[in-house]
Design a protein around this ligand. Structure first.
Ligand SMILES: Nc1ncnc2c1ncn2[C@@H]1O[C@H](COP(=O)(O)OP(=O)(O)OP(=O)(O)O)[C@@H](O)[C@H]1O
Length: 498
């Protein structure tokens, strides 16, 4: 992949220049403005890229577009080079800034794509078409394309492609490479331009818009539509493992700056205006800080608003960025247009830090390192618990063999006890025999006491075993005890019957 380098030449912007490009687009007077007989207060000096407002306010920008400029022209000059850069692995951003009703949404072109004449289509649908055309012409590269669409409404993030996602689940974070990412937003993998357009239309339908005195359908939020691409040479075309490239393109349609007194906004519209203006004010401060060559402090107030946090990569970071400032030519909007031009003028000095976003194969492995470590730990845990399981099974085996032994001994024990009971009865009977000699009677007496003692001990053990008496003695001890008792009974029976 060749990475173009160079500066603007003949009104065309070439690739590797890191400065933020600033374009100004002046829309034609709208029919209602013509009706009110408002005059045009803005002129262009096309070949010098100059905008003159009023009598003597002259500004020079990278690109200027007049009231007769076409959507195709704006796209070809400002966006086509960004799209080329995107496919080369650079991040890209276009953001439209301007007073409410100045033509931002018209230029970015996200709305009513299906019903708009092809010539009237704005930047986003053109970029989508061109991207998929590029993909179809590069069959040797595997492309994965994803899109997401979020808005910042009253300083809260909303996922326009998944309204179920709670505001609390969307967060602006920095990844390990320092790139800004929105965590929690839905990313849809897409295969063709139509799929992307459908998602874009779906998001637009969910976006906060409303009628104001200045614009019938005014955007009340900042909207960020993002196309992310991941590309890698197809396996059959590569000789060795090759790096992949990831890059993303943000299309940002900012809510319009508005003078509350002029818009006549009240209630909810008023609250929206306050939030919109404070976000744009924060953006202006970031632009001033980045664009001021005499700036002493290194601090850039990105954290002041959500929009500045999201645009951090695009302003002063790793992205090729174009700011398109839209202005109304109407004399009624002179002040707002002059302010917008001053705002845009400050952005001209911003220089970004461009790098191609390679994902080296090795890096891929490095990125997987934490996952490998976690898996290794999980495996060790598994081995430890397997050992526990094994020990437990062995213990269980020992217990069940002891239980079997115990049952056998209990059976043996009760049969011997029956014998002992029988023998005792017999001995007591014999003792009643008056004809017995004294020496035999004494022997009989000692047997009777021995048998009674054995029975007493045996009874105690049985009570413990049947649970009539609680004992903390473990099973195997009871078994041993019973075994000893049994041996005593056996010895006794042996003595008795010899
Ligand atoms: N270059 C243009 N050529 C013709 N019509 C235009 C042009 N730019 C804007 N318009 C028309 O001007 C009106 C306002 O434009 P748009 O809605 O794009 O303004 P906006 O800046 O997005 O406003 P808001 O900030 O309130 O959302 C629309 O009717 C639009 O069609």
């Amino acid at each position: 992949m060749s990475i173009l380098s160079g500066k603007r030449k003949d009104g065309v912007w070439h690739g590797g220049d890191p400065s933020v490009k600033v374009a100004v687009r002046v829309r034609p007077l709208l029919s209602k403005e013509i009706l009110h007989n408002y005059q045009e207060c803005v002129r262009l000096v096309q070949n010098a890229n100059q905008v003159i407002i009023g009598k003597d306010h002259v500004f020079t920008f990278d690109f200027v577009f007049g009231k007769n400029s076409t959507q195709e022209e704006v796209y070809a000059v400002c966006i086509k080079p960004l799209l080329v850069s995107l496919t080369e692995g650079y991040n890209a951003t276009v953001f439209a800034y301007g007073q409410t009703g100045s033509g931002k949404t018209y230029t970015i072109g996200g709305e009513h794509i299906a019903s708009v004449a092809v010539d009237e289509r704005g930047i986003i649908p053109r970029a989508i078409q061109e991207l998929f055309h590029h993909i179809s012409e590069h069959r040797n590269i595997n492309f994965h394309v994803k899109v997401s669409y979020i808005e910042i409404y009253k300083e809260e993030l909303r996922d326009l492609l998944d309204l179920e996602t709670s505001v609390k689940d969307l967060h602006i974070r920095e990844d390990e490479k320092g790139n800004t990412v929105i965590v929690g937003s839905k990313e849809f993998e897409v295969e063709c331009a139509d799929e992307v357009i459908n998602l874009l239309e779906r998001g637009n339908a969910a976006r906060h818009t409303g009628t104001t005195q200045m614009n019938k359908r005014s955007s009340r939020s900042h909207a960020i539509f993002t196309i992310s691409i991941h590309q890698k040479q197809s396996a059959e075309y590569q000789n060795a493992a090759q790096d992949s490239i990831s890059s993303k393109f943000h299309f940002v349609d900012l809510a319009g700056s508005e003078r509350v007194a002029k818009t006549g906004n009240t209630g909810e519209r008023f609250k929206e205006s306050v939030k919109i203006n404070s976000g744009l004010f924060a953006l202006g401060n970031v632009i001033s800080a980045l664009g001021d060559p005499k700036r002493k402090s290194a601090h850039i107030p990105y954290r002041a608003a959500k929009i500045t946090r999201i645009l951090k990569d695009s302003l002063g970071g790793n992205a090729k960025t174009v700011m398109i400032t839209c202005i109304s030519p109407s004399s009624l909007d002179f002040d707002e247009s002059l302010n917008s031009l001053k705002y845009a003028n400050r952005a001209k000095n911003i220089r970004n830090k461009l790098v191609v976003n390679y994902n080296p194969e090795k890096d891929g492995i490095d990125e997987m390192e934490p996952e490998v470590r976690l898996l290794r730990e999980a495996l060790q845990d598994q081995q430890v618990s397997n050992q526990h399981l094994h020990d437990l099974n062995e213990e269980k085996g020992r217990t069940s063999s002891l239980e079997e032994q115990l049952t056998r001994l209990q059976v043996q024990y009760s049969s011997y006890r029956n014998c002992v009971d029988e023998a005792l009865l017999l001995l007591v009977d014999l003792n009643d025999d008056v004809s017995l000699r004294r020496s035999r009677r004494d022997r009989l007496q000692s047997w009777i006491s021995m048998v009674q003692k054995v029975r007493k001990e045996a009874l105690t053990v049985q009570k413990t075993d049947t649970g009539t008496e609680t004992s903390p003695v473990p099973h195997h001890i009871t078994v041993l005890q019973q075994k000893r008792d049994l041996e005593k009974c056996q010895v006794f029976n042996y003595k008795l019957f010899i």
